[in-house]
Design a protein around this ligand. Sequence first.
Ligand SMILES: [Ca+2]
Ligand SMILES: [Ca+2]
Length: 170
Amino acid sequence: MRKGLAVLLVLVVMLPCIISSANAWGFTLISTDINGDTSDTFHGGDTVYAHAKTVKNSEVCLYVVADKNEWAGGETLTDVSGGYETVTSDATTGYIPITAIWATTSGDAGNYDIVLDQNHNGILDDVDLVDCDIAVGFSVTVPEFATIAIPVAAILGLVLFFNHRKHKKE
Ligand SMILES: [Ca+2]
Ligand SMILES: [Ca+2]
């Protein structure tokens, strides 16, 4: 019962994000894998891609910014991925190419948003798109190898240390 409630809560929280990722004009912006499939969780070391549908045949900029859920408009966009990407949307469909926006490292763990700067002025405006303005856009997690390797290395170090001391006493 409790589990069901938790799942329901998660769905209620997630749902507005799914709806709002498409705005009144039917424009969308999502974080994806290399194939263009929606992905909101990446391991440090993964490359984050973005896909979007926006105004046809327009040059736009893609920013990776720190996650924020109270976007009011007028904020200066600060890219954390080593620079924003500039792409041009298709003249017929309005889709941008699936674009690599960030080659992450294990030091990049955290929550982020993507902003499509439609009028490329480096400021969030009504015409720009945010993934996601009311929830985490995507998150980068520490790779499993590091979370396992560090405690294992620590235990191994202790074992070697005590072994060394034992041999010294003998
Ligand atoms: Ca803008
Ligand atoms: Ca957000």
